[in-house]
Design a protein around this ligand. Structure first.
Ligand code: GDP
Ligand code: IMO
Ligand code: MG
Length: 426
């Protein structure tokens, strides 16, 4: 009998979801993206090559794996084709991509509105990736968006014209650059012609695969703390990143998920604005950034760095129903005299153990740390938990104990081979 497994970011994104999804996809028959769009940047390293994916699921390198872009995703057709062409140039046929007829399309007007919204927010800006994600999901919930079935459908031209009239009004009111219908419609039609053969009813595809007992992997984008409902609002993305997003974004049904693998970076990073209680604005933070090459895949922004936040992680375990943890980038912590993990917050003289709803409150939370002794041994070639230095083992055991979830997988380098599985998940 097959299994359905979700690979989910448990922090603020960039935990190494792409690497782990790609690793696990060897045993999967279907890999599915269920939310987000090309705000995601997933880096995958194997056979001495580095690949960067944004909209395409991380199982694409194996032609036997069906890669599904489900309806919870927002898709920029131009960016998708550029990404696919790059992969084709690198020798991957990309005949294994299936796109939902229900997913919403990111158009140029969404990119312009993302830019304008951010500019207008001034010092309250979100720090978005400017990929049009928020404006596209806004149109979806306002019920004026365009879905893939209409993008590749016979009445696209008229529908796009009507839509653009409304969106250009909005752009005009914000003193932005209007989108020229004549200039864009031809390109969109050409893109639709390329994409049309990939468009299908992915709800049926996914459920058929489940019925047939296939191993199914869901690949999350962003991180749980960026979820529109559960994240540090308003400094979040616009989709349902957490495990519930799989249900509404793929159509698998409420009994659909067997296991939830939370990907946890051994420390914490964040891109964009918003509270970050364990943020390190010192030399240690800089050192971690350089050792971990913590620069955004999509925007190349330096990622903000902090110590592991177990208060935030407990919340993430809770709201996602995380059943296993994969601890990534553990090698980056090698060489530090001591390592800290936040076990509670102090807020206005009181100790709190839960994540506050308000970003302003979170901003004022002071981390209470437990300090661990570091290690100096190079761990990038270890093949088992037993080979780790005692202090690294101690750190992992503490995380397991605090979160009450086993660290079944850990990662000690960017390469696919630098993955250690303590308990098989498929
Ligand atoms: P994602 O968005 O969750 O897929 O993560 P990103 O790919 O944006 O960021 C993770 C970065 O860490 C990438 O550059 C990976 O190649 C790299 N990486 C993943 N796991 C490890 C690890 O265990 N050690 C090191 N040093 N790098 C890793
Ligand atoms: P992956 O999948 C890290 C952040 C942005 C910003 C906020 C809103 O690689 O983990 P958006 O463009 O989504 O409206 O921006 O969310 N953000 C990410 N941060 N990793 C990501 O994806 C992110 N996708 C969006 O920096 O703070
Ligand atoms: Mg990323």
């Amino acid at each position: 009998m097959g299994k359905t497994l979700l690979v989910l970011g448990a922090q603020w994104g960039d935990e190494g979801k792409g690497k782990i999804t790609n690793y696990l996809s060897e045993k999967a028959e279907v890999v599915i993206r269920y939310q987000g769009g090309n705000n995601a940047g997933h880096t995958i390293v194997f056979n001495n090559h580095k690949y960067k994916l944004s909209s395409i699921p991380s199982g694409v390198f194996d032609e036997n794996v069906k890669c599904v872009i489900a309806h919870g995703v927002v898709l920029n057709p131009r960016a998708f084709i550029v990404e696919r062409n790059q992969l084709i140039e690198q020798g991957f046929a990309c005949n294994n991509i299936y796109i939902s007829d229900r997913c919403h399309i990111i158009f140029d007007h969404h990119l312009e509105l993302d830019r304008l919204n951010e500019d207008n927010l001034k010092d309250k800006k979100i720090g978005t990736t400017k990929k049009g994600i928020g404006p596209c999901y806004t149109d979806k919930t306002a019920r004026i968006g365009m879905r893939m079935c209409d993008f590749v459908g016979p009445n696209f031209k008229q529908k796009y014209k009507d839509l653009l009239e409304i969106k250009n009004q909005q752009i005009r009111s914000l003193n932005g650059n209007e989108i020229d219908y004549e200039k864009t419609v031809v390109e969109y039609q050409e893109l639709a012609d390329i994409i049309r053969p990939m468009v299908t009813d992915t709800i049926t595809l996914i459920n058929d695969a489940k019925k047939q007992g296939k191993n199914i992997l869901f690949e999350g984008a962003q991180g749980s703390l960026l979820d529109i409902d559960y994240g540090s609002y308003p400094y979040v993305t616009s989709s349902h990143v957490t495990s519930g997003g799989v249900l509404c974004g793929s159509g698998i049904g409420c009994h659909g998920l067997d296991e939830v693998l939370g990907i946890v970076k051994a420390y914490q990073t964040r891109v964009g604005e918003g509270a970050f209680p364990t943020e390190l604005l010192d030399e240690i933070g800089n050192e971690i950034r350089e050792k971990g090459n913590e620069y955004g895949t999509v925007t190349r922004r330096p990622r903000r760095i902090g110590y592991l936040d177990l208060v935030a992680l407990k919340y993430s375990v809770l709201v996602n129903g995380i059943t296993s943890i994969c601890l990534t980038l553990l090698d980056v912590l090698t060489g530090f005299k001591e390592i800290k993990a936040c076990v509670a917050y102090e807020y206005e003289g009181k100790i709190i153990n839960t994540l506050p709803a308000s970003d302003e409150v979170l901003h004022k939370c002071k981390p209470i740390y437990k300090t661990f002794k570091g290690w100096n041994e190079d761990i990038s070639n270890v093949k088992s938990f037993d080979e780790l230095p005692e202090n690294a083992k101690e750190y992992i055991r503490f995380i397991e104990h605090e979160l009450e979830v086993p660290v079944d997988v850990f990662s000690v380098g960017a390469d696919k081979m630098q993955t250690i599985v303590r308990k098989e998940l498929f």
